[in-house]
Design a protein around this ligand. Structure first.
Ligand SMILES: [Zn+2]
Length: 80
């Protein structure tokens, strides 16, 4: 299976979401893929987080900050 292009850093390593929330220890890695999938389809991130049961803001920030990090790195992919 061809690996997806997104979610990799500038040297092609896969960016891995932490398995558990740093603050409360809830499992988040399994929900992250579903989150990405649905947001790519055009669903509103807030609604997706609610429906995945990520109600605590510590867990929500884990997912949201991870997405933003990938976008930040992707900006520099061409010049590095
Ligand atoms: Zn948490």
């Amino acid at each position: 299976m061809e690996p997806e292009k997104g979610g990799r850093n500038h040297i092609g390593e896969i960016m891995i979401i932490p398995i558990r929330c740093f603050s409360c220890g809830s499992l988040i890695a399994d929900k992250y893929e579903k989150f990405l999938e649905r947001v790519k389809k055009g669903d509103e991130p807030k609604k997706v987080l609610d429906e995945l049961g990520l109600n605590k803001y510590c867990c929500r920030r884990m997912i949201i900050s991870h997405v933003e990090l990938i976008d930040e790195i992707a900006k520099f992919r061409e010049i590095m």
